[in-house]
Design a protein around this ligand. Structure first.
Ligand code: ADP
Length: 230
């Protein structure tokens, strides 16, 4: 369960204020698939930053599962982060590590044993169709393959929520469709998926809940929503 209750985020740089999020309220149930849409600057990434505790709201309350993110101490933050997997438009893989090592690194950071790592990393790479490229470095993988490694890494510690922040922004239509299929399958297997995108075709093909944003405000929140250009 995720709750945003009257959340605002104002960034101040010198005397200039930007309202990145303006009184946003929404609830997301466990196992939902929700897409946030809106033009660049609408506030989508601000929502992601507040969810993972990278930033604190100026006003309002953010709750993820049993964590009140506003009140999280630095000791509790790693526990929240373990509940949330995140993938990004630019993949953010470690370039000097192979696909296997990128995924293994996330397990090591979570304190898992080498036996578990040896067992689960190949399984995770198999799930995203990349077992045969386990020893490749990111530079030896296509964009779509890199994103699949990032998905395996995000899912390796079984998070409750997967956040996909513009995951297909750097991909062609074929790879975009593959990544979307993978996100839908992950959701079917029981993970809450939050997607941000400004790709109209993706949203309209999904028939899932859509939260539309403009200038930091939520302007629509619809089950089986569409991306309506304004
Ligand atoms: P989106 O992800 O929808 O493109 P963002 O959430 O990144 O939008 O940004 C919303 C607004 O907040 C934009 O006007 C952006 O310039 C501003 N903003 C985001 N992060 C910061 C920051 N760290 N400092 C100042 N302004 C920011």
């Amino acid at each position: 369960m995720i709750i945003f209750q009257n959340v605002s985020k104002v960034y101040k740089i010198n005397s200039h204020e930007t309202v990145a999020l303006d009184d946003a309220t929404f609830h997301i149930k466990s196992k939902e698939f929700v897409t946030f849409v809106g033009k660049s600057g609408a506030g989508k990434s601000t929502i992601v930053k507040l969810l993972v505790g990278e930033d604190k709201p100026t006003k309002g309350k953010v709750v993820v599962g049993s964590y009140n993110v506003n009140k999280l101490t630095s000791k509790e933050l790693p526990f929240l982060r373990r509940k949330i997997g995140v993938i990004f438009q630019d993949f953010r893989l470690l370039m000097n590590k192979t696909a296997y090592e990128n995924v293994a690194f996330a397990m090591e950071a979570a304190g898992r044993s080498s036996k578990e790592i040896q067992e689960f990393v190949p399984q995770a790479l198999d799930m995203v169709g990349l077992k045969h490229k386990m020893s490749n470095f990111p530079r030896e993988l296509s964009g779509g393959e890199k994103q699949r490694v990032a998905i395996a890494r995000a899912m390796i510690n079984h998070p409750d929520v997967l956040i996909a922040d513009e995951p297909t922004g750097n991909l062609d239509p074929v790879n975009t469709a593959d990544i979307m299929k993978l996100l839908l399958r992950i959701n079917e297997l029981g993970t809450t998926v939050l997607l941000t995108t400004h790709n109209k075709d993706i949203v309209n093909g999904l028939n899932k809940r859509v939260i539309s944003m403009e200038d930091g405000k939520i302007i629509r929140d619809e089950e089986e929503g569409k991306y309506i250009l304004t």
